[in-house]
Design a protein around this ligand. Structure first.
Ligand SMILES: Cc1cc2nc3c(=O)[nH]c(=O)nc-3n(C[C@H](O)[C@H](O)[C@H](O)COP(=O)(O)O)c2cc1C
Length: 188
C-alpha cells in the first residue's frame, strides 16, 4: 500500500517538474494583444470586431483626421484623394486616433482593405507613429479580389524593420468568428 503511495507521489512530482520545464512558445499566452484596423466602408471593421471578440484582444480603430468620402475612394479617378495618396509611397495622411499605451502590446493584428494591391497610406501613418520593435505584427485584410496581403506584408516590413511582420491573410468580409479564432490561435 505504502509502495503504491510512493509511486503516486513520484508520478505527481515528475508531472509537476515537466510542467515547469515545458518550453514556452515564443509568444506565451498572456501577452497582450491588439487588433488595430482601418476600414473605409465597413468590411474590415466587421472582421476586426469579430477577431477581437473571438480572441479577447483590445480593439483600436485607425481613424483618419479627414474621413474618406465616396469621391475620395473613387479608384477610377486618378485625381481622387485615394489615387493621389496611393500613388506616393511616402504619403502619410493624418490620423485622429491614438493607441493609449502601445508598449503593453506584444502582438498586433493589423487589418485594412487592400487598396491598389497593398495597405492604404493611412495604415502607413499608423505604423510610422509607434515603436514596434520587438513586437509581432500579423496583417489581415479584406479586398474585392486581391487574394493575399503579400505586397502589404513587404511594405510593412520596410516601414517597421524592427518588428516581426508575419505573412498576413486576406479574408472574405463575411468570415466567421470561429474561423478567425482558429487562424489567430496559432499565435495566442
Ligand atoms: C481606393 C480603393 C482601391 C481598391 N483597390 C483594390 C485592389 O487593388 N484589389 C482589390 O481586390 N480590391 C480593391 N479595393 C476594394 C476593397 O479592398 C474592398 O472593397 C474592401 O473590402 C473594403 O474594405 P473596407 O470596407 O473595410 O474599407 C479597393 C477599394 C478602394 C476604395
Amino acid at each position: 500500500m505504502k509502495k503504491l503511495l510512493y509511486i503516486i507521489i513520484a508520478i505527481v512530482a515528475i508531472v509537476g517538474v515537466l510542467a515547469i520545464l515545458r518550453p514556452t512558445k515564443s509568444h506565451a499566452s498572456g501577452d497582450k494583444v491588439l487588433v488595430a484596423y482601418f476600414s473605409a466602408t465597413g468590411n474590415t471593421r466587421g472582421v476586426a470586431e469579430r477577431l477581437a471578440g473571438a480572441t479577447g484582444a483590445d480593439l483600436f480603430e485607425i481613424v483618419p483626421e479627414s474621413l474618406y468620402t465616396a469621391d475620395d475612394l473613387d479608384w477610377r479617378n486618378d485625381k481622387s484623394r485615394s489615387s493621389v495618396e496611393m500613388g506616393d509611397k511616402n504619403s502619410r495622411p493624418a490620423v485622429a486616433s491614438t493607441v493609449e499605451d502601445m508598449a503593453q502590446y506584444k502582438i498586433v493584428f493589423l487589418g485594412f482593405p487592400i487598396w491598389w494591391g497593398r495597405e492604404p497610406s493611412v495604415v502607413d501613418t499608423f505604423l510610422s507613429a509607434y515603436d514596434f520593435s520587438g513586437k509581432t505584427i500579423i496583417p489581415f485584410a479584406t479586398s474585392g479580389s486581391t487574394p493575399t496581403t503579400e505586397q502589404a506584408d513587404e511594405n510593412i516590413r520596410t516601414i517597421v524593420p524592427n518588428a516581426d511582420v508575419l505573412t498576413g491573410k486576406r479574408f472574405p468580409s463575411d468570415v466567421s468568428a470561429d474561423e478567425l479564432k482558429t487562424w489567430a490561435g496559432e499565435w495566442l
